[in-house]
Write a protein that binds this ligand. Structure first.
Ligand code: B3K
Ligand code: ZN
Length: 866
């Protein structure tokens, strides 16, 4: 294993949560002075530092790739003998209780391919500091529990960089000789350095305003390049809706006079909640019907809200250390999920969120990278921005909200925001506020933060015809995860209902608390055996194993009044059928088809729900249900069933496809639902093998007035081998070659295709003139999509593994953070047959053997191989 990383510094020992110590020095105030230039930017920092506690330790300022050009203490420039450098850290011995430290460094934004710190993107200069990018800008104690008031001055060439933005409120600006200008911003709220931001460039503004609940006016600005301005309306609408929602639902008001958002084309993830100056990946800002799908629109709304909500859950109350990351991320995801549910359909949003959780987090939780929501150690914190921290973290908050009920949950969050405003807090602080504000004991519940892995709950229902008593026995188990061989029983809130199959109703929804390894709950008054509806609303992030028959599931798929449970019954029916088929067992296919017909023809149902419910489970989800994943058999079984459902209900698919065609484009929930169902029907129709299937798909592709229908038709055609496939891919490319976000879809659609040549096609696409690893969106559009394509990525030749490993190795040299995100799919080798497992391990070993491998990839690949 490589024991060196980028700058030839030995791989550091893991950082451990138990080693947390309060900082030796605090920095109540900082003034930054930037002389901005893409090739060489000078950064002067003035830090007022105060000794924290009684000790004689020196001041240690983190730096990454920085050389101190000048260091002064209290106005006196130090000689080189008066400070030292220790692996990037500037160490200055200090004698007094408070000092003024000045440093000067020079950095090169345009040479910064890691996109951390200050970097150049499409003619702009922008920053990304979370988690540890600030140390790439200036020397500073880079940890989230040091909160400072910032003053930022920027000087730049006025023609090249006419707009100068930073956190807080603008205080002054002016022109300088030689075509230069300056601006100064001040942020009155003390903040950790990961929330620092600066943007300079030629930007146009969608300007608007919001009046807060106490009557303060806030100037809102969404800054993009001028040609993108028409695509910012949806983001602005979402921002205003989010501001109003946080006031209404949590009583949280915005606190500065301006709120700015900037969209940039090169960004390592979705967006960043810098105080008063959010910086976004342009894909989560820009949307219009021609270029954005409904999923993209929802992504914009959700991410704009998420970053805005961080102003309270993250910025006003921040994290003490990075082990507490879920304190802000889990809670903020929970908040954005509920916001989006309120903007559209609660039922469909819950189904989508659970699908995402199962696809990303359940897989993580059952593999070599499994970690608790509050991890115990890390090598590189960037690797811990995971589905576990975000999505499972959100589920933990959701369970607490469920156990407390809405009023007590609100009392708990009020207490949390009030008690910890201005603090760097911990997950424990949050839970304590829930306990106190909600008047509940969460002692056992805390295990959810500490124990990794997805609990299994086995549910068995017994019925006694003479007493009329139904007994529900619940048995929980939690498998070992790395570093955690033994687990204690969890506190699991499960919403259940018992249906009387004759009356097709139940006597009420009850929440059971499972706290023991095994517990039995008795229900009275059932003359006939009832049917179990369990984990309704997906009340707990667990895997429930039941002995329900296909008949029970068919009943629930038709009659359950909890939309999630109804969806789940439908999915279970299909999973049983398909997992059985892979094992060579014939199932009752007619029952599955009848259930689909029943749901698809129920006039009372929301079309968006119908589309979710009748869709076959993904190949990856089917793999998760099997002891050893067989990608080829899964693909064949799923395609076969899709074709037979398509053929058996062909007139229905034609009818749905015809009647969901809209006269004009609208973005209402009803119109979005109709498009979702229309695309699902088209997929079944084409799968049926109908001779006109490809032509109908091509017509939809060609005539669509929106990207949702166009891209769906393209994706359907991309699975096949028709002339229409070739034509549609060509047309799409030519039409959108100059639109990077849409061109990403062209790469992504081909990488996701269920086509036998996908591996070779991805290899060819990697050589396409429009492909580049330097842009994270483009790299992900090809490789993350491909790695999520189970059938193609796990091609028996092992070529899929090699191709992704090549990409990881090449990308690591440019952008380790984004490279490391491609590693987890290779780490799932335990789930596959010995031949594939060996090929995956070979690639992991090859990655690890690269000289100069980053700490990011070293950690992910090393853990994956263990
Ligand atoms: N807090 C940022 C994520 C930063 C990721 C750093 N590797 C965006 C968000 O979660 O809102
Ligand atoms: Zn976040």
């Amino acid at each position: 294993m490589a024991d060196m990383h980028n700058s030839d510094v030995p791989t550091p020992a893991p950082i451990r949560r138990v080693d947390y110590r309060p900082p030796d020095w605090l920095v109540p105030d900082i003034a930054l002075d930037f002389d901005l230039d893409p090739a060489a930017t000078q950064v002067r920092a003035s830090l007022s530092v105060t000794r924290n506690g009684v000790h004689d330790r020196p001041l240690r300022l983190d730096g990454d790739g920085l050389v101190p050009l000048r260091v002064s203490v209290d106005g006196r420039e130090l000689t080189q003998a008066e400070w030292t450098m220790e692996a990037g850290t500037l160490v200055i011995p200090l004698t007094g209780e408070a000092h003024e430290i000045d440093t000067l460094v020079e950095i090169a934004p345009e040479g910064n391919s890691k996109l951390m710190g200050l970097y150049a993107s499409g003619g702009l200069l922008c920053t990304q500091c979370e988690a540890e990018g600030f140390r790439r800008i200036t020397f500073f104690p880079d940890r989230p529990d040091i909160l400072s008031r910032y003053r930022v001055r920027m000087t730049a060439d006025k023609a090249r960089l006419p707009i100068l933005l930073s956190n807080g409120d603008p205080v002054a600006a002016g022109d300088l000789p030689g075509g230069r200008h300056w601006a100064e911003w001040r942020d009155p709220f003390p903040k950790p350095c990961y929330l620092f931001a600066l943007v300079a460039g030629d930007l146009a503004c969608n300007a608007d305003r919001f009046v807060t609940m106490s009557g303060r006016e806030v100037a809102l600005g969404i800054w993009v390049k001028a040609s993108d301005l028409p695509r910012t309306a949806h983001a602005m609408k979402a921002l205003k809706a989010a501001m109003a929602w946080d006031e209404r639902v949590y009583g949280r008001e915005y606190d500065l006079d301006v709120f700015n958002i900037v969209a940039v084309a090169d960004f390592n993830f979705g967006a960043m909640e810098n105080k008063g100056l959010n910086i976004f990946n342009s894909r989560y800002i820009l949307a219009d019907p021609e270029t954005a799908t409904d999923i993209d629109y929802d992504g914009v709304e959700g991410v704009v809200a998420h970053e805005y909500f961080h102003n309270w859950s993250g910025n006003r109350v921040t994290c003490r250390d990075w082990f507490q990351l879920s304190l802000k991320e889990g809670f903020t995801v929970f908040r954005d999920q509920n916001f989006s549910a309120d903007m559209g359909s609660h039922a469909v949003k819950r189904i989508e969120d659970v699908r995402i959780l199962r696809a990303g987090q359940f897989q993580e939780d059952s593999g070599p990278l499994a970690h608790p929501v509050r991890p115990e150690s890390y090598m590189e914190i960037s690797n811990f921005y995971t589905a576990t921290i975000y999505n499972k973290g959100a589920e933990l908050i959701r369970m607490m909200a469920l156990m407390l009920g809405p009023e007590r949950f609100r009392a708990g969050t009020d207490l949390y925001f009030e008690r910890h405003d201005g603090d760097a807090a911990t997950c424990e602080d949050f839970v304590a506020c829930m306990e106190e504000g909600g008047d509940i004991d969460l002692t056992q519940f805390r295990l959810w933060y500490a124990q990794a892995g997805t609990p299994h709950v086995k549910a068995t229902l017994a019925h006694d015809g003479t007493t009329g008593i139904a007994e529900l026995t619940l048995e929980q188990s939690l498998a070992a995860t790395p570093g955690q061989p033994d687990k204690a029983p969890m506190a699991i809130p499960l919403r259940v209902a018992l249906f009387d199959p004759v009356r097709r109703s139940h006597g009420g929804d009850t929440m059971l608390m499972l706290t023991e390894p095994v517990q039995t709950f008795a229900f009275e008054g059932f003359a006939a055996p009832p049917i179990l509806s369990i984990n309704r609303g997906f009340s707990a992030p667990v895997i429930v194993d039941t002995d329900r028959s296909q008949g029970d599931l068919a009943f629930l798929s038709a009659h359950d009044d909890d939309p999630f449970a109804r969806y789940e019954a439908m999915q279970q029916l299909m999973v049983h059928m398909l997992v059985g088929a892979v094992a060579g067992q014939a199932g009752d296919e007619a029952a599955v088809i009848a259930a689909i017909r029943h749901v698809a023809t129920d006039p009372m149902l929301d079309p968006a729900f119908v589309a979710e419910a009748i869709r076959l489970p993904s190949e990856a989800y089917l793999g998760d249900q099997m002891p050893v994943v067989d990608p080829d058999a899964i693909h064949a079984a799923r395609e076969g069933l899709q074709a037979r459902i398509g053929a058996a209900l062909e007139p229905l698919w034609r009818d749905i496809h015809a009647r969901t065609r809209a006269g004009s484009f609208a973005l209402t929930p009803a119109a979005k639902g109709a498009r979702k169902l229309r695309n699902t029907a088209l997929a079944y129709l084409v799968a049926s093998g109908a001779t006109d299937g490809d032509a109908i798909a091509f017509a939809q592709f060609d005539r669509a007035d929106n990207m949702t229908e166009r891209q769906a038709a393209l994706a359907i055609l991309a699975n096949g081998d028709s002339d229409e496939r070739v034509a549609a891919l060509d047309i799409f490319y030519n039409r959108y070659a100059n639109d990077p976000l849409v061109l990403d879809k062209w790469f992504q659609t081909q990488a996701l295709a269920g086509h036998p040549d996908t591996v070779a096609q991805v290899e060819e696409l990697a050589r396409h003139k429009d492909f580049t690893l330097a842009n994270p969106n483009r790299a992900r559009a090809l490789y993350s999509a491909f790695a999520a394509n189970q059938w193609a990525f796990h091609h028996a030749s092992g070529e899929g593994y090699r191709l992704v490993a090549d990409a990881i190795i090449a990308l690591d040299r440019l952008n380790p953070q984004t490279a490391a995100r491609l590693v987890p799919p290779l780490g799932r080798w335990q789930r596959f047959d010995a031949m594939r497992a060996e090929k995956m391990r070979t690639q992991l070993a090859r990655i690890l053997a690269q000289p100069g491998l980053s700490r990011d990839v070293t950690e992910q690949a090393g853990k994956s191989l263990e």
